[in-house]
Design a protein around this ligand. Structure first.
Ligand code: PEP
Ligand code: MG
Length: 879
């Protein structure tokens, strides 16, 4: 017979998957001889078994195999605890608690005091000689049981309690006297009859069975599902159920209950941090009805208990090599530990605790690195909203994507120009658009945050904002902008230009009005941890950046060079835009050449600056990628302006615009396709790169030039482009009699390129996977429109993760693997990296490390995240 049940004395900490976190740790504490009330755990497999049977057949009962094992376990519990259900001298009552393999605090259900009924309440009163206490336990059971097992509205119970408190003229539950509690118990029982048509079950066995089923079912309640989705926890794990002898923190003033962290979870300070309530049960602490005392007070109130807690807590921390979150109960001066788990903590605390523990000799550097969630580092590098302010703020929407972390408040503006103008006038603004386009770049730069109604995690707004380290919420689908009216339609009403909103780029939420922020802190512990991380990783981390500020940011985080300069981002300053438009619109070859010459000079200056900032570190410069129409004007006003600038008619501008318009621009005339049809475009850019590099070389530096050709799908595209550029470079170097180290590579971002990577590898010195386009084209999901359905896909479980945020290993990952396997034998010197957004995602980085890529490249503010993830991956691979 399959064991569905383990007594606490039979399990251990390694059995998380079977016993859940709580069960495994209770077993471990029991094994270590800690004061743990007796009990047993029903496995997660029993839960999954029950739930699938329920789903398949609609039959809501526990299998006979399981009920037999429960009966045996109860008998064993009665023997070891020397108590019995309904025993008039040694009455057994139990708690029934959930506990999943991954911690999901407060998401599932718990029932306390199971075993009480009309008869046992009197036994309990007699044994404890405290009738008030007994009735207090009973009313708690009635309330929890009704709510959890029968889904009765908890407000109905609260109303009855409130009515009694009003009548007694008291504020707190614990101030109610015995008579009031007796009336409440009666009223609760009547509520069962009224609401359900049947009474509260008096039979203990029924109570237990129903409580177990309810806890199993709570695995699938809405909030648990949402929590799992947000935290990427599998739906297939199930919850274990822990049945444990009750100990009573509410049995008088020498009793109490509390929660304790072995170190401060907010600051990381190495000092016990916790609270307790005297004469109370666990939920009283959580419910916040009474203000608990700080744990230090226990030192004077119960010195022996305090010293015992202190010793045991430290033992647990040393044993688990991690900061512990402990629940304890004191029953008549006797201490019990009810739970221990790794404590949740802020980023600041996480880093400090990890580093301190190494310095205290408690853990290794490797363990410290593994202890900190890389994504948490954002909290240290970007401002966040102050928790108190956030609790009081009015939420406008939670539908947006957390596109680029940070937190900012500001006045709404609807155009990039307005963003620039108002910022220059000293205001803080949030640029709100349905979607952004490259023309908005200056306004995006000026704004404190960016909010878009459309677009996913790799939409223009998201990519650019991350590059800038700017707070951004994208794809906030329940908002819409009316550009003409300059209004923002939200589920809470219409907002106008100048209205104050707050945007949380770490959660995707938008609030009305101003929310206070707390600034970023990168302290000494952070620096220490990051130094260790860099020592441990194999994969190097570069940055995607083109502006001096971004490049400096990336180098501040010790990026090992630039993995992607998106040259098109350099075209959007007004004077440059004018020239590129002249190139696109002019009918005269001469004028077109003139336009290119001017742009070349501009670009040469940019590249010079980039190489200078890079010192001797490599910089991958990608040649022009977007379709040309992205540079053309769209609004009537702008078309008129361009016509005047270029001395042509608006009709001509419109005609050209029309000619260039594409139905699917992402699959259109872009990337290397531009160079096949307008070869002098790439010629111009490469000349500019060489000119810039030459100036820097003459200053004594050695620029490492890496030229990258985008969107290649055919060898027949790459070969002629490379041949032509190579000739141009050789002529340039000969003419200037210099040597500049350079390599030419290609992006791999089209599925076909992965399959012919051996052919491409012969024409390339390096590959860089463009996972944004590769994901888009592998799935056929538009990277700009997928936001419209991806949320539902995630909610319905069609997708487990958004593939634009985390690599789809089976599909896109497999393609990358195939590409590497084919390419390496064809060109053993080939350097391989990633420059799509996934280059900054920890899970994806682990995959890239495992398949032996040389580097990942991501936006500057993600560089530390990627560095820590690379270190974790190296440590895990070595284990
Ligand atoms: C990519 O496609 O992954 C990439 C880096 O290029 P872009 O996002 O500029 O298309
Ligand atoms: Mg691309």
């Amino acid at each position: 017979m399959q064991p569905f049940i383990y007594a606490f004395s039979e399990g251990n900490a390694k059995m998380r998957e079977t016993l859940g976190g709580k069960g495994a740790n209770l077993a471990e504490m029991t094994r270590l001889g800690f004061p743990v009330p007796k009990g047993f755990t029903i496995t997660t497999h029993a839960c999954l078994d029950y739930l699938s049977h329920l789903e398949e057949t609609g039959e809501d009962h526990l299998k006979s195999e399981l009920t037999e094992q429960i009966d045996k376990a109860i008998t064993h519990l009665e023997e070891t605890s020397h108590k019995k259900f309904s025993d008039s001298k040694n009455l057994l009552l139990v708690s029934v608690r959930s506990g999943a393999p991954e911690s999901m605090p407060g998401m599932m259900d718990t029932i306390l005091n199971a075993g009480l009924n009309d008869q046992n309440v009197n036994i309990l009163a007699k044994i404890t000689q405290d009738e008030r206490f007994a009735y207090d336990c009973y009313r708690r059971l009635l309330q929890m049981y009704g709510n959890v097992v029968y889904e009765m509205d908890s407000q109905l119970f609260e109303d009855i309690l409130k009515q009694e408190k009003t009548q007694a003229q008291v504020k707190f539950d614990y101030e109610l006297d015995l008579q009031a509690l007796k009336r409440i118990v009666e009223a609760f029982k009547e509520l069962y009859l009224k609401e359900l048509g049947f009474p509260f079950p008096q039979e203990v066995k029924i109570q237990l069975t129903d409580a177990i089923k309810a806890v199993f079912k709570s695995w699938n309640n809405h909030r648990a599902k949402v929590y799992r989705r947000i935290n990427h926890i599998s739906d297939q794990l199930g919850t274990a159920v822990n049945i444990q002898e009750m100990v009573f923190g509410n049995s008088g003033t020498t009793s109490g209950t509390g929660v304790l962290f072995t170190r401060n979870p907010a600051t990381g300070e190495n000092k016990l941090f916790g609270e307790y309530l005297k004469n109370a049960q666990g939920e009283d602490v959580v419910a916040g009805i009474r203000t608990p005392s700080v744990i230090e007070d226990l030192k004077t109130e119960m010195p022996e208990i305090y010293s015992q807690i202190h010793t045991l807590a430290h033992q647990l921390e040393s044993y688990y090599h991690n900061m512990q979150d402990i629940e304890f109960t004191i029953e008549k001066e006797k201490l019990f530990f009810l739970q221990t788990r790794n404590g949740k903590r802020t980023a600041k605390a996480a880093v400090k605790i990890a580093v301190d523990m190494v310095q205290e000799g408690l853990i290794s550097k490797e363990e410290a690195i593994l202890q900190v969630d890389p994504e948490m580092l954002h909290q240290l590098l970007h401002p966040t909203f102050a928790p108190q302010s956030l609790r009081e703020a009015t939420l406008l929407s939670a539908a947006g994507l957390a596109a680029s972390p940070g937190a900012a408040s500001g006045e709404i503006v609807f155009t990039a120009d307005q963003a620039k103008a108002w910022t220059e006038a000293g205001k803080k603004v949030i640029l709100v658009r349905n979607e952004t386009s490259p023309e908005d770049i200056e306004g995006m730069h000026a704004a404190a945050a960016i909010l878009t109604c459309h677009g996913g995690m790799t939409s223009h707004a998201a990519v650019v904002a991350r590059g800038m380290g700017k707070c951004c919420v994208s794809g906030c689908s329940d908002f819409s902008v009316n550009e003409k009216e300059k209004t923002l339609l939200t589920p809470q009403g219409i907002l106008h230009e100048g209205d104050l909103i707050s945007v949380d780029g770490s959660t995707g939420r938008v609030y009305l009005g101003q929310v206070a922020t707390t600034p970023a802190i990168a302290d000494e512990s952070y620096q220490t941890l990051m130094t260790w991380a860099k020592e441990k990783s194999r994969l190097t981390v570069r940055m995607n950046a083109e502006t001096p500020t971004d490049i400096q940011t990336g180098f501040k985080f010790e990026a090992k060079g630039i993995g992607l300069v998106r040259t098109e981002h350099m075209f959007f300053k007004p004077e440059r835009l004018r020239e590129i438009r002249r190139f696109i619109l002019s009918a005269s070859d001469e004028e077109r050449q003139q336009a290119l010459d001017t742009i070349r000079d501009y670009q040469a200056e940019d590249f010079e600056q980039i190489f200078k900032l890079c010192q001797n570190a490599p910089a991958v410069i990608r040649l022009l990628d977007p379709p040309l129409h992205e540079f053309l004007p769209h609004s009537d006003e702008e078309i008129q302006q361009v016509a005047t600038d270029q001395n042509i008619s608006t009709k001509e501008v419109r005609t050209r615009l029309h000619q260039l318009q594409e139905v699917n621009p992402m699959l259109g005339h872009r990337g290397c396709r531009l160079a096949i049809t307008f070869p002098n475009l790439y010629d111009m850019q490469v000349e500019a790169i060489l000119k810039g590099a030459l100036v820097v070389k003459e200053k004594g530096l050695t620029p490492q030039v890496e030229i990258m050709i985008p969107l290649v799908g055919l060898k027949e595209e790459l070969h002629p482009i490379r041949t032509r550029l190579e000739l141009l470079i050789q002529n340039f170097l000969k003419q200037h009699q210099v040597t500049i180290p350079y390599i030419i590579g290609t992006m791999i971002e089209i599925p076909r390129a992965c399959f012919i990577s051996d052919q491409l590898a012969k024409e390339a010195d390096f590959f860089s996977f463009g996972t944004n386009d590769l994901t888009q084209m592998t799935f056929g999901f538009s990277r700009d429109d997928a936001g419209k359905f991806i949320n539902q896909y995630l909610e319905q479980g069609v997708l487990k993760r958004d593939p634009f945020q985390t690599l789809d290993k089976e599909g896109v990952g497999r393609l990358i693997q195939i590409a590497c396997e084919k390419a390496r034998p064809a060109n053993p010197n080939l350097k391989i990296g990633v420059c799509g957004e996934l280059g900054g995602d920890p899970d994806s980085i682990a995959f890239f490390d495992e398949i032996g890529l040389d580097y990942v490249s991501c936006s500057p503010y993600r560089v530390p995240v990627a560095q820590l993830a690379a270190a974790q991956s190296a440590i895990r691979l070595a284990q």
